[in-house]
Structure formats: structure tokens, C-alpha cells
Ligand binder design. Sequence first.
Ligand SMILES: [Zn+2]
Length: 262
Amino acid sequence: MIFIQRSAAPEILNLVGQVKIRAICEEYDQGKRTFESDSFDKKVYGHQTVKQALILMQHGKCCYCESKIKHICPGDVEHYRPKAEYRQQHNDAIQKPGYYWLAYTWDNLLLSCERCNRQYKKNLFPLLHPEKRAQCHKDDVCIETPLLINPTITDPKNHIGFRDEIPYPIDDSIYGKTTIKILGLDREALNESRRDKLAVLKLFVDIIKKAEASPNETALQQLAADARHFLLEAIKPNAEYTAMTEATLRKHLIQLFHDLEK
Ligand SMILES: [Zn+2]
């Protein structure tokens, strides 16, 4: 999970989305208290222009696990604050309504892989102080302290570190810990993908270290130059699992990492 700089809102949300929000808030004011998932217009919040904007903003990756969004697994437009219903904890009863007034709000939308969204996060949205939860559109969500890291607001690297390919909460951060758990960021399938990448990273790190120890070996220097090029690509935000790559390079190749950052 890496920090994502939010881009400008797609036009459809500013135009049609705003109208939809007003309509749903009016329904609430008239006494409606439950908005099922199908009460929301997916053609608007999940519009192609919204999805494209999210793909571009997130460098083609799941906002949570950093797996590439592929045509065979196109990803979900995901509501950070769940639109229809929510749960504080896994075994809690479902609470309604959800954050219906944020269903078409750009700042509440992200693109996630189906696994992170449908199998793990689902409608979980725990708060540090659940009693402060916004209950309707008249409440201010700014008083909430969500335990799930929003990568467009908080830099995940301050809360989630990596021991090799395995994520862990830095200094036992409750935000890191909850985020890893809710999203299953330590699930075996992800660990396996990161492990594969890590093996290649370590190979290149070794080459660079050997080259540094033998400055007169021309062939080795050439290999090290290629390795640096590979690592430079691997920490670009459009590469998969950049958070782990960055943590690995910081640990093993501090000087090289500083050079790459320049
Ligand atoms: Zn994911």
C-alpha cells in the first residue's frame, strides 16, 4: 500500500453525482433510513470515466494490496466509507444506513482488486471511537478516526513495514495492524507474489554489493548498472508492491536508495 495523490474529480460526479446525493439526502430527510446497495446508481459512481480516473491516479494498481488491475480482473470502484451498511468488527451485526451521502463523492472512491474488496474489506469500517461515527448527512465525518488507512490521506509507510515480504504494523500501530487484518494484506497469495519479486530484488542487491566490493571488474560493473536500472524501475509507483520494494532497498542498499531518490 502506498500513498496516492488524489486527482481532480471526474465531471460526472460533479454533475450527475451531486444531483443523486441531493436526492438521497432528501429521501433520508423524509424518513427513509435504509439504502440497499442497489439503491445506488452504479452507472454514475462506477462510470467508465470514474474508473479510468482511478486507474490513472493509482498507477493501474489496487489501492490496498498494490496488485496490478488487469483486464481479466478489472477491479471494483470501492467506497472507502461503505455506502449501504457497515460493521465496526467482523462479528458485529450489520448497521444501516451506511454513508449513503458519500456514494457519489470522489474523495470516498478508490479502485481495489476484487479480492481486497469482496473477500476481505466488504462492509467493515472500524473507528477508533465508534461512538463518534457520523450517522447521517448532517454529521461531519471529520470527527471520525478510521482505523483503516486511507492511502489518499495517510502515507501507509508510516504504519506498515515489511519483514521481507510480510507486512507488519510499525511500532504496533493500531492503524497498520487493523489495515493489514481487514484487507488481508498478509494473505498467502499476496505473500507469495511479493516473495517472487523479493527474490529478484535480493539478487540485484547482491550484484550491486559485489560490484561495489570489486570496482575493477568491468563485467560485474556492467551487471550492476543493469541491476540499478531494474531497481529504479521497481520503485516507480506503477510497479507492483512498491511499498515492499522501498522497504527492502532502504534496509539493504541505503546509499543506492538515496541515489535513486535524487
Ligand atoms: Zn487488492
